[in-house]
Write a protein that binds this ligand. Sequence first.
Ligand SMILES: NC(=O)c1ccc[n+]([C@@H]2O[C@H](COP(=O)([O-])OP(=O)(O)OC[C@H]3O[C@@H](n4cnc5c(N)ncnc54)[C@H](O)[C@@H]3O)[C@@H](O)[C@H]2O)c1
Length: 436
Amino acid sequence: MARDEAGKCCVIGTGYVGLVTGACLADLGHSAICVDKDKEKIEQLKKVKIPIFEVGLEEIVRKNLKKGTLEFSTDIEDAVRRSEFIFITVPTPSDSSGNADLTQVDDVARTIARAINEYKVVINKSTVPVGSTKRVERIIQEQLSEPHEFDVVSNPEFLREGTAVSDFMKPSRIVIGADSQKAIMKMTRLYDKIDAPLLITDPVSAEMIKYASNAFLATKVSFINAIANVCEAVGADVREVALGMGYDERIGFEFLRPGPGFGGSCFPKDCRALLSMAEAHGYNFYLLEGVLKVNEEQQRKIVEKVERLLGGTVQGKKIGILGLAFKANTDDVRESPAIFIVRMLLEKGARLSAYDPKAVANARKELEGVDFAESPYEAVKDAEALALLTEWDEFKWLDYARINKQMKGNVIVDARNCLDPAVIRKIGFVYEGVGR
Ligand SMILES: NC(=O)c1ccc[n+]([C@@H]2O[C@H](COP(=O)([O-])OP(=O)(O)OC[C@H]3O[C@@H](n4cnc5c(N)ncnc54)[C@H](O)[C@@H]3O)[C@@H](O)[C@H]2O)c1
């Protein structure tokens, strides 16, 4: 691929990462075929029905489908044959011991091997334990039907759900882990139009960078949650504390918002995977163990708050839930603290009515015995308590006087510190946030 020449890419696994990667590569002027084994998803995508909520994604999918630079397909082998750059973006969930389950990556590697017909760069964007680049290389080598040259590269993805398109286009850094100069040159040209620091390293370090980054961010979240708990005990306001800490450039303001703990499809599973990877190599990562423990405890603490404010039990009481997504601006509920909290409340016999602007369809698949409401006002009607579990902007601007009239009780547990306690208390609520 010469400078300014479009790269022919295929992206295997059209989920959050794969769809964004394919659409953005097409938008950068390359050609991209997004493939998935899920036929229904691909059929919908061909009609520009986007299965996930992601700002700006629909526009670039529509534009590039029309231009013909983006395609959707279920024929993985055909897509591999027609492409030079083969991205792997399939899930790597936790197995029962917390390790990353590589079954889907291995499957894809075998399929790629069957289809290789000329030189390919196979790029692993799935989050995988150290050694996986070599593992994919070995699988492909063993399964090749006839000898062909290929390289495997680690290119971890750092996009955040909710801002995935702009994160892909303006990333904080691009990490390429490769042993082959040819592959490095090709990858560098592929990302030519993206203005970001380029870190070229070995595959093992690249794989480690992704885990270390997520584990560090998770540590910040658990750290501020632990500080919030101490603040509650001693009567300090964690928001003031976080502000005072954040001004120190060595600390920064990011990821110092206390809440119900971190969730999503990455932080919890990546922390578990790093923990078991370290253990397997003889290192006890006590710090990370603590990070996960604080996180679980934080979810329980929210439930305990609701219970305490309702006189010691939630049995038979109606609670209105605002927010189910693991964070604002996404419809993703994977390992969402809100889902864990809802399950705990259900187990304790609460009656729940829940609302989320985008995540209800996904939450329905996870939860039984919850009424899903069409609006926040419907969710809290006749409720004895309201639990605000996701920091959607719209929850900050609700008419809380109206909510107060509609509710049977007057308890608000604001697990995201979205509301102004003074204003809310003045309306007549009993309010508790986190660490204030
Ligand atoms: N979601 C994120 O914010 C994020 C960010 C950075 C990295 N990652 C990592 O990227 C990887 C993918 O995550 P995701 O959230 O995009 O997953 P996802 O579940 O949203 O999508 C994965 C897609 O892969 C498809 N798939 C699975 N096996 C397949 C196969 N054999 N052939 C073709 N398609 C197949 C599934 O049908 C699904 O559509 C994971 O390793 C994850 O840890 C995710």
